[in-house]
Design a protein around this ligand. Structure first.
Ligand SMILES: Nc1ncnc2c1ncn2[C@@H]1O[C@H](COP(=O)(O)OP(=O)(O)OP(=O)(O)O)[C@@H](O)[C@H]1O
Ligand SMILES: [Mg+2]
Length: 228
């Protein structure tokens, strides 16, 4: 599903993004990625989206060799990956409904299916009654739920989340994590970068700890190798 083999990525001026990272994530896994600021977590996520290219090493997504993906083939690999960011990144001038429908239009889903799929996702994240609202009229937690609905509407195999609860209070963060777990229970492979170690311990899932660009620990159940 996700395979990294001895992957290093160095930014300009020899700044280490990640260093010799090998990682295996199987279909249906739920994985937290934790570590201090600057330890390479976002770099890892960007490499999996091919927003960055490795300096060395190999990356496979669903068995496809990502290193060799081209402008033509990359969209087909990315189609299988949903992304959720700290800052939501919703279209401000479109309704909640349109924000989610847009993801379906991009991959040319027939109009009759779009409505059904969007309503199903809105129901899953508990926002059916807000479908006409503008993102600006929603709370941070609600906006993030829209972003999750948008990320999941195309039925991705993999969901990558970089600090999805970074801007949210603890109760809202727990709700968001429950939604990610729900997506995982339905078969989606989920990777979540977070600083929220309380939630990581509470959820008790596989946890990878990074330090200075390296994976320093990979524990099957909620084991933390650092303190914030
Ligand atoms: N665009 C960039 N140009 C140069 N160096 C960068 C760039 N982005 C990140 N870095 C550096 O790469 C290293 C890893 O950064 P990264 O953003 O992956 O860390 P992170 O673990 O996501 O941190 P945070 O928890 O603060 O988000 C850091 O030393 C950072 O300064
Ligand atoms: Mg980061």
């Amino acid at each position: 599903m996700i395979k990294m083999e001895n992957v290093s990525m160095t930014y300009a001026k020899d700044i280490v993004g990640i260093s010799n990272v090998s990682l295996h994530v199987e279909k249906g896994d739920f994985v937290f990625v934790v570590g201090k600021s600057g330890s390479g977590k976002s770099t890892l996520m960007k490499l999996l989206l091919k927003e960055l290219d490795p300096t060395s090493g190999k990356i496979y997504i669903n068995g496809e060799f990502l290193n060799d993906a081209t402008r033509k083939t990359l969209p087909f690999i990315r189609r299988k990956i949903g992304v959720v960011f700290q800052d939501f990144r919703l279209l401000e001038d479109r309704s909640v409904y349109e924000n989610i429908a847009f993801a379906q239009k991009v991959i040319e889903v027939p109009a009759v299916d779009i409505k059904k799929n969007v309503l199903k996702m809105l129901s899953m994240v508990g926002l059916l009654d807000k479908y006409k609202s503008n993102p600006k009229e929603l709370s941070g937690g609600e906006q993030q739920r829209v972003a999750i609905a948008r990320a999941l509407v195309n039925s991705p195999d993999i969901l990558l989340c970089d600090e999805p609860t970074g801007n949210l209070d603890i109760v809202t963060s727990e709700e968001i994590m429950k939604l990610l777990k729900l997506a995982n229970d339905q078969g989606t492979t989920v990777l979540v970068v977070t600083h929220n170690l309380d939630i990581v311990q509470q959820m008790n899932m596989r946890t990878i700890t990074m330090s200075e660009g390296k994976i320093i620990s990979d524990m099957a159940k909620g084991g933390l190798a650092y303190e914030d």
